[in-house]
Design a protein around this ligand. Sequence first.
Ligand code: PLP
Length: 450
Amino acid sequence: MAADPAAATTAPLRRDVQLAAYRRAIAVMPGGADSNFRAWGEDTIYIDRGRGSHIWDLDGNEYIDLRMGYGPVILGHADPRVDEHVHARMRQGVSFSLTSEDEIRAVELIRELTGWVEMARLTVSGTEATMHAMRTARAYTGRTKIVKFEGQYHGVHDYALISVVPNDISLLGDRDNPVRLAWGRGIPPAVADTVIPISYNDTAMLRRVFEAEGEDIAGVIIEPVLGNAQGIMPREGFHQEVRALTREYGALLIFDEVKTGFRFAPGGAAEYFGIEPDLASYAKAMGNGYPAAAFGGKAEIMAVMPRHMSHGGTYAGNRVAAAAAVATLEALKDGTVLAGIAETGRRIQAGLADVAARRGLPISFMGHPTMFGMVFAEDAPADYRGWAATDHDLYDAVAVGMHRRGAMPEPDSREPWFLSAAHDDADVARIVEIFADSLDAALEARAAAR
Ligand SMILES: Cc1ncc(COP(=O)(O)O)c(C=O)c1O
């Protein structure tokens, strides 16, 4: 959808209605929001609506959306192909805790698009999908421990919240002997003890861990790109080496495709990198914003259910999510839509690179053109510790400045920009312009502070 030039100004954002909403919310919700990630103090956004690539907050401020709900909205907000199918199903009743035809079709489509997932179960969130994928690995192998990579985010269950975020890298301990750092209070040390964090892109370290504890390791869970650190990419051969090591030590390889699935390619990052994992978790792009998620993998492994492993949930495979998954996956399956989004991303990157070059600033992009981050540096980092050592302040100032000018990337520099099929030529041009203005303002502020 074309940007309304009048909406994209440097005038201060209108905030009156949202400040009133914030005051109400803060009295009844910790931080004034339903997620720590959305609690931005007095700058918390209270949303009214979205259409295509644009969103409007409660004060009527309009933005080109570069968050797309943290990634799910792959076709654009309020896409009629998805909404009409969902609404038709909703009119027939929404909650039965009985299996609908859409659930079967959704899993058939996951199988068709990935080409390697033979069986899957639907869940409601990515968190449930990774939690059950980890449990499946444990149930199948009879082992307890899971290897994960520092800086990777796999949702909010206890086993996922180990060594995810600190900016202060010393909290992660020695690089070669990292601490199992729980994110916040409330996670029992016994849980943290079952998770082994290691550095991304370091298979020598993975081998050492397997040599020391291989008999206890049920699986390795990996975000195919480090999506919680702007999309740090695997080095050449990394995934192939991880695949070979997991096979050598009899551990399962779990691709956490919550961000990459049905986005990098119809078959997700597994297709993009040419890897066949044992298990995978999906969410986000599979439902265009409706709460659809899944975990799945090889039939022999998934066969631990129903007899030997618990999986359930009143809303698992719920009508709304299953209908959304069917309509979204049908729209994505031939790859044309995804190729178009990737092209949009490449054009935005070219524009941003040109802006940075004109100002003599280095810039490196990470991730995939449909979902990319950037650092103002000659080289992209290879792991979370490397990322944490980059200068985020300039990026953060640019991102926040973009909000005032009518485009909304996530203000936290960890999150990549997410694009959708609804971002059009006018959006591309406007995003580049807004980035340039915001970068100039941030550079000026930085110079003035010196
Ligand atoms: C890679 C990855 N895994 C899991 C999750 C958790 O998904 P959800 O927020 O749907 O619980 C996320 C969420 O951002 C994610 O990026």
